[in-house]
Design a protein around this ligand. Structure first.
Ligand SMILES: Cc1ncc(COP(=O)(O)O)c(C=O)c1O
Length: 432
């Protein structure tokens, strides 16, 4: 139930293990530093065309680079190409649901390279509502004057207000980049608002809701940006800056097997079944939230519009770490996560739960009632353990180790979870 994970298709896996893996092809299609790239060019051009088609973008208005090795290098390539060294970048703070690459640093350490090579400043969610505080963002942007604002998240369960981001960017002469890594499948299916209408640049991974290979893609605006007072056309200048930042700036040879897999995933993302799948992802996430709420769990922002839920376990006397651990012992994988209002990023109070992977395995709303039941049983066990062990994770783990009765209860639940999960196939691995 890790929100950033999915099970990709057999066709994508076939691309990834194909002979395309063996070829070097530094450069762009028809401008390579190596010979023998006739078919590699075809594959990359196909991946570019399908990426634009999947998001209904006109090739005269948008360009795309499909070479980034993954999401983090894609983001860093944008910053490298568009923002000068030590230029200013603003993104959602990591503890508030942003990604490391959006500029995370602490009082004592610059953690992400984005904060080492650029000057980053976070914006935040309102600690009470859990929603992005757009008013405060507008104030901070006015003061900080970033070159680039990032609208994107790794753990935030609501649609972003791209129009509001655009207004704030325009008022301050900033470039607006969306990092839609988590939601790019939902966007391709048209089941949530698209960032393309309002953004200058859009980056994504292709392995999360999009259900493709581990890779990254950068979309950038091109063509006419505006017409100046003299009636002259002002053009977007992102294309060569971004392409050159990817190669030769940061990367070497493109991963051609991954690029073929992107072409495959983008084709799949245009099928009617994909839209159905993404609808189901959201329906399942909403059913998950309702089920957990009915059992007394607090959900950050009160629910979800997307594929994930952030569960605040403080009112259950638990921490994110203990909740993650007990679920892991019961064969349910998720990750501990900070929740709005958390004092320490090192001891987060919540868990992030996602529905994309289980939805790919065929679970529907009623199956998520069962999932809620298993999660609740596991977390109730964690409460029982905490009563005797106290709140520290080491003591919690030791208590489990030393207590045969608790161990037996955990193993029974684990067996139940595994037996239930076996009724849902893994794509391409039906024998499991
Ligand atoms: C919003 C966002 N951007 C970028 C990334 C980085 O992607 P990768 O792990 O492929 O480098 C992630 C990964 O979780 C993400 O959530």
């Amino acid at each position: 139930m890790i929100a950033s994970e999915n099970f990709t298709s057999v066709a994508v896996l076939q691309c990834l293990s194909s002979c395309l893996h063996n070829k070097y092809s530094e450069g762009m299609p028809h401008q390579r530093y190596y010979g023998g790239n006739e078919f590699i060019d075809e594959v990359e051009i196909l991946a570019q065309q399908r990426s634009l088609q999947a998001y209904k973008l006109k090739p005269e208005e948008w360009g795309v680079n499909v070479q980034p090795y993954s999401g983090s290098p894609a983001n860093f390539a944008v910053y490298t190409g568009i923002v000068e060294p030590h230029g200013r970048i603003m993104g959602l703070d990591l503890p508030d649901g942003g990604h490391l690459t959006h500029g995370f640093f602490t009082a004592t350490k610059k953690i992400s390279a984005t904060s080492i090579f650029f000057e980053s400043m976070p914006y935040k969610v309102d600690p009470k509502s859990g929603l992005i505080d757009y008013e405060q963002l507008a104030v901070s942007v006015k003061l900080f004057k970033p070159r680039l604002i990032i609208a994107g998240m790794s753990c935030y369960s609501r649609c972003l207000d791209y129009k509001r981001f655009r207004e704030i960017a325009d008022e301050n002469g900033a470039i607006l980049m969306a990092d839609m890594a988590h939601i790019s499948g939902l966007v391709a299916a048209g089941v949530i608002p698209s960032p393309f209408e309002f953004c200058d640049i859009v980056t994504t991974t292709t392995h999360k809701t999009l259900r493709g290979p581990r890779a990254g893609v950068i979309f950038y605006r091109k063509g006419v940006k505006s017409v100046n007072s003299k009636g002259e056309k002002v053009m977007y200048d992102y294309e060569s800056k971004i392409n050159q930042a990817v190669f030769p700036g940061l990367q070497g040879g493109p991963h051609n097997h991954a690029i073929a897999a992107i072409a495959t995933a983008m084709k799949q993302a245009m099928l009617p079944e994909f839209v159905e799948y993404q609808r189901q992802v959201i329906n399942n996430a909403q059913r998950l939230c309702e089920g957990l709420k009915s059992r007394g769990y607090n959900i950050a922002t009160g629910g979800t519009d997307l594929h994930l839920a952030l569960v605040d376990v403080r009112n259950k006397g638990l921490s994110g770490a203990r909740a993650e651990r007990i679920l892991e012992l019961c064969s349910i994988a998720c990750n501990k996560n900070t929740v709005p209002g958390d004092k320490s990023a090192l001891n987060p109070s919540g868990i992030r739960l996602g529905t994309p992977a289980l939805t790919t395995r065929g679970l529907k709303e009623s199956d998520f009632d069962k999932v809620v039941d298993y999660i609740d049983k596991a977390l109730s066990l964690a409460q029982e353990i905490t009563k005797s062990s106290g709140p520290k994770l080491v003591d919690f783990n030791k208590f489990i180790e030393d207590n045969a009765d608790i161990k037996a209860k955990i193993n029974n639940l684990k067996e139940e979870v595994e037996k239930y999960s076996q009724s849902f196939p893994l794509p391409g691995l039906e024998r499991f």
